[in-house]
Ligand binder design. Structure first.
Ligand code: ASP
Length: 333
């Protein structure tokens, strides 16, 4: 039987319902007693490395998760990370860049409802995550509501429902139906597993980045502040890449950021289908200005990739080259 390490970080899945609301709690044995079938599937060890609501997750704590996996790598065949759902997509993306060329599975999961409740999704999600970790497919994944999602593609799109996560701009890796793993039929083509490069831990993330969502009426003076304070700015533009350039000229301010040496990543506030510079005149202007086009990446992965790139390279050319090179299916068009 395979050896799987269950790493608890907190969230609803590691909480108990009390009269005063949800309380952080983790006990691997106690948790697994709700799913006795697991004992016949693999050997499980549990380790609690933090017990936080995932709203309090940050790059340093993400690095702790990655370090735990790295330090225990040779003892286990796979890893399951229990995590709050709110920032799970950010952590799964960050782990993808931190645990480079990993040769074992890391499956991140959580739940909308605590394990002791009648309608809990914790039992199924935990079971599915463990089941998928036994499969041995290398990479970082999210297991939720019977779906296995590429770690760079998981987006929380619902606050209450069991199907809280969507695989955005990317097919599901697999579904788990009645305990059976059913892979996407083109899994070999869609999910890149590169076994030629060595496994490496690289946890430096630069937090000097800003994520800006445009809205009609946005004021240009904000950009003067951004220019002084940050190394990188991600701009969620309108539609396929629209930025206001009449009246308050935001496009001109974006160019100022680039001229000041900041790394500017252009994405869209639309959830699906990505951004493309060059379709409209505004985008054409931008494309000439050494901005990075995030294409069909989702915001969670963009944040993690930009933090990683700025944490590991000190010039725009290398940051741009790394960012524009797909990693684990984070960018497809
Ligand atoms: N607020 C919780 C968290 O993200 C929600 C959850 O776990 O579902 O930690």
């Amino acid at each position: 039987m395979k050896n799987i390490l269950l790493i608890a970080t907190g969230g609803t899945i590691a909480s108990l319902a009390t009269d005063n609301g949800l309380k952080p709690f983790f006990d691997a044995e106690g948790l697994l007693s709700f799913i006795p079938e697991i004992k016949e599937m693999c050997h499980i060890a549990g380790e609690i490395i933090m017990n936080i609501d995932s709203s309090n997750m940050n790059p340093y704590l993400m690095a702790e998760v990655a370090e735990t996996i790295y330090n225990r790598y040779h003892e286990y065949d796979g890893f399951v990370v229990m995590h709050g759902t709110d920032t799970m997509g950010y952590t799964s993306a960050a782990l993808t860049y931190m645990l480079q060329n990993i040769k074992k599975p890391v499956v991140v999961t959580g739940s909308q409802i605590v394990i002791g409740k009648l309608y809990t999704d914790a039992k199924k999600n935990l079971h599915d995550a463990i089941k998928f970790s036994i499969e041995g497919l290398p990479g970082i994944f999210v297991a939720f509501d019977g779906k296995i999602i590429n770690g760079t593609r998981a987006v929380k799109i619902r606050t209450r429902s069991m199907n809280a996560f969507e695989s955005v701009n990317y097919p599901y890796i697999a579904e788990i139906k009645l305990g059976r793993v059913i892979y996407h039929k083109d899994i070999q083509d869609i999910f890149p597993v590169d076994t030629s490069k060595p496994f490496k831990l690289q946890t430096s993330l630069c937090t000097d980045i800003f994520l800006l969502k445009l809205y009609p009426g946005i004021k240009p003076d904000l950009f003067d502040y951004l220019k002084k304070k940050y190394k990188g700015v991600i701009i969620e533009t309108f539609g396929i890449g629209g930025i206001p350039c009449k009246g308050d000229n935001i496009l001109a301010k974006v160019k100022e950021l680039v001229d000041a040496g900041l790394v500017v990543v252009i994405t869209t506030q639309c959830l699906q289908e990505g951004v493309e510079l060059g379709i409209y005149e505004v985008g054409h202007e931008l494309a000439k200005n050494a901005v990075i086009c995030a294409r069909d990446m989702n915001t969670e992965a963009i944040v993690a990739k930009l933090m990683w790139a700025l944490g590991n390279f000190d010039n725009l050319k290398d940051v741009k080259e790394f960012f524009e090179t797909p990693v684990s299916g984070d960018m497809c068009i």
